[in-house]
Design a protein around this ligand. Structure first.
Ligand code: SF4
Length: 379
C-alpha cells in the first residue's frame, strides 16, 4: 500500500450521482436512475487503501453530486470504514456533513443518517419559488424544503445549512426578498448564497446562446448580494466568509479548513487534495475514475505544486474571503493602493487586520490582485 498523502484531518468524499442535471450545473456528475451504491463504496474504499488511511480526522464532508441518493446504510458503512473506531463511536465530536437534496430527506432517512454519524446537513434549497425551481431543473418544490428541515430537526439534526442561488435572469421575476424571508423563517443555523454563473456547456449556456434567456445582470448581482447581507445580519447571522453566514457556533468547520489553507484529502471522482504545497485532483468522470481504481492504477488526473508567489497570492485571497481578514503589517499599511481601497469603502482596518466590507467582497478578485502586488501576508 502506498501512502500518497500526509496525515490529514479533513476528508472530502465526492458522491457523483444525480437523477438529472440542473440547468446551471457543470459539476462532475453521473446521471443515474439507480445508484450503484455497492460498487461506489467498494471503489472509494479501494482508493482509501491506495492513498493510505487519514488516521484521526476532524471533519468529513460528503459532497456531490447528490450524496443523499446513497442509501443510509451505505453512508453508515462508509463512515465506519473511513473513521477510526474511537472516532466512529463518538461521531458527535467531529463535524460530519452530508449534502442533501430536499426530496431525499424523509424522517426515516434523517434518523438513519444521524445514527450513521451525520450531524450536519447542507440542503440544496436554491429558491422557494416553484416556477424558479422548475426553471433550474430541480427535482423538489418549495414545500419539500420546509418538510426536509422539519424532518431533520425531528430526528435531532440541528446543524442545518440552506443553499440559495441569487442573481437570476430578469425574466424569471424572482422575488429575492421573499426567498430570504422564507429561508429565515425556517431558522437555519447556516446559509450559503451563490450568485448564478453561466458555465460553458450547461443547459443555461445553451439557452443563452439561442436567445431563450439572458445572462444575469451585474447590477442585480450586487443589489441582491448587499441586500442579503443586511437581511441576514438583522436576523443574527454573521457573514464569516464571502458567501457563507451562520449563527454563532455554526460555521462550517470543514469549509473553514479549506479557507484557512489547511491540508485535506479528497476521495472520489474529481475530488481535490492538498498537502500544504501541492494540489492534486482525481479523474473527473465516474467511469474513468472507477476503471482506474478497479485496475489498480492511481485515480489522480494531475497535480500542481504551488510556487511561493502563488502561495502568497492564495494566502491573501483566502484571508480576505474570510471575515478575519489579512494581517495589516506595518509594511503594507502606508501603501497608497491600500489607503485608496479603504477610502473607496472596500476595505477597513480593525484590530490590526485588513478586512473586506460587503462591497469589497463583491470585487474580491480585483482586490486580491491589487493587494498581492503590495503586501506581505501574515495569517
Ligand atoms: S443536484 Fe447539484 S450536483 Fe446534481 S445536477 Fe443539480 S446542482 Fe448539479
Amino acid at each position: 500500500m502506498s501512502n500518497d498523502y500526509p496525515v490529514v484531518t479533513h476528508l472530502y468524499v465526492h458522491v457523483p450521482f444525480c437523477v438529472r442535471r440542473c440547468s446551471y450545473c457543470d459539476f462532475s456528475i453521473a446521471i443515474r436512475k439507480r445508484i450503484p451504491a455497492q460498487e461506489y463504496i467498494g471503489t472509494i474504499l479501494n482508493e482509501l487503501t491506495r492513498v493510505g488511511s487519514p488516521g484521526e480526522v476532524d471533519t468529513i464532508y460528503f459532497g456531490g453530486g447528490t450524496p443523499s441518493l446513497l442509501p443510509p446504510d451505505a453512508i453508515g458503512r462508509l463512515l465506519r470504514e473511513l473513521l477510526p473506531r474511537t472516532t466512529y463511536d463518538a461521531p458527535r465530536t467531529i463535524e460530519v456533513t452530508l449534502e442533501a437534496n430536499p426530496e431525499d430527506v424523509t424522517p426515516e432517512h434523517a434518523q438513519a443518517w444521524l445514527a450513521a454519524g451525520i450531524n450536519r446537513v447542507s440542503l440544496g434549497a436554491q429558491s422557494f419559488d416553484d416556477a424558479v425551481l422548475k426553471w433550474m431543473h430541480r427535482s423538489h418544490d418549495a414545500a419539500r424544503i420546509g418538510a426536509a428541515v422539519h424532518a431533520l430537526r425531528g430526528a435531532g439534526i440541528e446543524n442545518i445549512s440552506l443553499d440559495l442561488i441569487f442573481a437570476l435572469p430578469d425574466e424569471l421575476q424572482r422575488d429575492w426578498e421573499r426567498d430570504l424571508d422564507m429561508a429565515l423563517a425556517l431558522r437555519p443555523a447556516h446559509l450559503s448564497l451563490y450568485g448564478l454563473t453561466v458555465e460553458p456547456r450547461t443547459p443555461l449556456d445553451r439557452w443563452i446562446s439561442r436567445g431563450a434567456t439572458h445572462a444575469p445582470e451585474e447590477e442585480r448581482y450586487a443589489d441582491e448580494y448587499l441586500f442579503a447581507h443586511r437581511r441576514l445580519m438583522a436576523d443574527g447571522l454573521f457573514f464569516y466568509e464571502v458567501s457563507n453566514a451562520s449563527l454563532p457556533g455554526f460555521r462550517s468547520q470543514h469549509n473553514s479548513a479549506y479557507w484557512s489553507g489547511q491540508p485535506y484529502v479528497g476521495l472520489g471522482p474529481a475530488a481535490h487534495s492538498f498537502d500544504g504545497t501541492t494540489r492534486r485532483w482525481n479523474l473527473r468522470a465516474w467511469e474513468a475514475y472507477r476503471r482506474a481504481i478497479a485496475e489498480g492504477r492511481s485515480a489522480i488526473e494531475s497535480e500542481e505544486k504551488l510556487t511561493e508567489d502563488q502561495r502568497e497570492t492564495e494566502r491573501t485571497y483566502l484571508a480576505l474571503r474570510r471575515a478575519e481578514g489579512l494581517a495589516a503589517t506595518p509594511h503594507c499599511r502606508p501603501l497608497p493602493p491600500i489607503a485608496a481601497l479603504v477610502r473607496a469603502g472596500w476595505l477597513y482596518e480593525h484590530a490590526g487586520r485588513l478586512k473586506c466590507t460587503p462591497e469589497g467582497w463583491l470585487r474580491l478578485d480585483s482586490l486580491v490582485n491589487e493587494l498581492a502586488m503590495h503586501t506581505e501576508t501574515q495569517q
